[in-house]
Write a protein that binds this ligand. Structure first.
Ligand SMILES: *Cc1c(COP(=O)(O)O)cnc(C)c1O
Length: 468
């Protein structure tokens, strides 16, 4: 399997050649030259597999330059009951006949990003050891991504993490989750500023190409292809758990921000998984809902991004969306490059008057949008009807999923975080705190380890120099 860029400017490259990279050299995103096809016989065989063996089968098709025995070892070390709460890794539960929750948030940081990030930690360590190389991961976070990255990279050989977060702006739970890590290779930096300042610092350091090369600066953001492949597995797993045979179709509803999670569903469908629909659920930041309804992709200035009660979906543009558009336009990199040139100059493109708009349905995509009031109503309704507490992001997915539900088609709503992470909104909806999983009861009392820094890119460079 080799990878090409959505904009056509990268020679075909094997998996380990793109693993540590962010954008392709031409500013595009890496994509497999073709999707591996899963036959009916494969599906019949895979239906019987546990999570680890299923993951190995899927990864083997995308990561074929890693020797099988090594890949199997990495998978078996990553997806353990100790890390994910059970050997099912992503168990399915049933709310009522035909409506299910696919639980993706039982990993170390209680959000679905662990499923991909835990794999990335082991893949990075493996590839860096092979090359005798090191990597310094520099990132900015307002919560979920940063903590998932730190829990994945803690203690890994050859990797350091420098994570910028806005000082005093995260929830006490998220702050404790990140800053309580005592591992020598994890550096939490509390920046005197807002999340955008943190992101600007990361950009400024990455644009200093000689610093970037000398200090081996890398990222783990949501455009990483390995993260996407890791997420493909639970679409298969969820499908097998919700159906009796491989003639049935299912619909997935996916709380979406950067389009990474639902893009993995698209990849699973392109491989041959019988997916009827993929419901793209957004919050008030409805860039994606607008596109799937109208054909117009209109990125927002960061000043127009609303701070919502499903904060991990607060985006101005959807960084993985270009991958789907590549498939939508028949994999013509010239068309993709042209569209993103329009985004750069006009902030948008419009496909409504093109034949591509009609093709959206062929790919199964539909969408929905939630407000804060919808989120509260959904949390209350799910609690009252099923006795289950869901987090705010998951609530956005359930709302959009139920709106699009069709008789006879099982609906799988992806649970992307546990409610304990976003307890303020749960208290607002239900009047009481959600239960915390074992081991998290006293997390705010743990000793913290972090450094405070002004919003200054030079300061972060000096900080990294002093620690490498
Ligand atoms: C990151 C995140 C999302 C959005 O996922 P994308 O892959 O960016 O679309 C949704 N819910 C939670 C809880 C998240 O952390």
């Amino acid at each position: 399997m080799r990878y090409v860029s959505t904009r056509g400017g990268m020679p075909p490259t094997p998996f380990t050649g793109i693993l540590l990279e962010g954008l392709a050299p031409d500013g595009g995103l890496s994509m497999p030259e073709t999707y591996p096809q899963v036959s009916r016989a494969d599906l019949d065989a895979w239906r019987r597999l546990g999570y680890r063996d299923l993951a190995f089968e899927i990864f083997s098709r995308f990561m074929d330059d890693i020797p099988s025995a090594d890949l199997r070892d990495i998978v078996y070390r990553t997806y353990t009951a100790a890390a994910f709460g059970s050997d099912d890794i992503t168990p399915l539960s049933t709310l009522e006949p035909g409506v299910h929750l696919l639980h993706l948030s039982n990993g170390p940081t209680l959000a679905f990003k662990d499923v991909a990030m835990q794999l990335l930690g082991n893949l990075f360590e493996y590839v860096l050891a092979k090359r005798g190389d090191e990597l310094n991961i520099l990132g900015a976070t307002s919560g979920d991504t940063g903590s998932a990255a730190e829990y994945a990279m803690r203690g890994k050989q050859g990797v350091r993490v420098f994570m910028l977060s806005p000082d005093g702006k995260m929830s006490p739970f998220q702050t404790a989750q990140m800053y309580s890590l005592q591992d020598a290779n994890i550096f939490n930096i509390a920046v005197k500023g807002v999340f955008d300042d943190c992101q600007d610092m990361v950009k400024a350091v990455s644009n200093d190409l000689s610093f970037k090369a000398k200090y081996r600066i890398g990222t783990v953001n949501s455009i990483n292809w390995a993260r996407l492949v890791a997420q493909v597995v639970y679409y298969f797993k969820g499908y097998f758990a919700a159906t009796k045979g491989n003639d049935e179709q299912v619909t997935f509803s996916v709380p979406s921000g950067n389009f990474g999670n639902v893009c993995a569903g698209h990849v699973a469908r392109m491989m041959g998984l019988p997916v009827r629909r993929l419901v793209v659920a957004t919050n008030e930041n409805d860039v994606l809902d607008e596109f799937f309804r109208t054909g117009r992709y209109r990125v927002r200035p960061s000043s127009a991004v609303a701070q919502t009660s499903s904060p991990s979906m607060d985006i101005s543009k959807a960084s993985n969306f270009e991958r789907f558009v590549f498939d939508l336009v028949g994999r013509d990199p010239k068309i993709v490059a042209g569209l993103w040139k329009q985004v750069d100059t006009n902030g948008e493109f419009d496909l409504s008057a093109t034949p591509y708009f009609a093709r959206l349905a062929d790919f199964g995509f539909v969408s929905g949008r939630s407000s804060h009031a919808d989120r509260l109503a959904t949390i209350r309704r799910v609690h009252a009807t099923y006795g289950v507490i869901v987090d705010t992001h998951t609530a956005d997915g359930i709302k959009a999923g139920l709106e699009q539900r069709e008789a006879g088609i099982p609906l799988l709503c992806l649970e992307t975080a546990l409610p304990a992470k976003f307890s303020a909104t749960i208290v607002e909806a239900l009047g009481h705190e959600p239960a915390r999983p074992a081991g998290f009861d006293r997390i705010e009392a743990l000793p913290l380890r972090y450094d405070v820094m002004p919003a200054d890119a030079e300061a972060v460079k000096r900080y990294i120099e002093a620690r490498c």
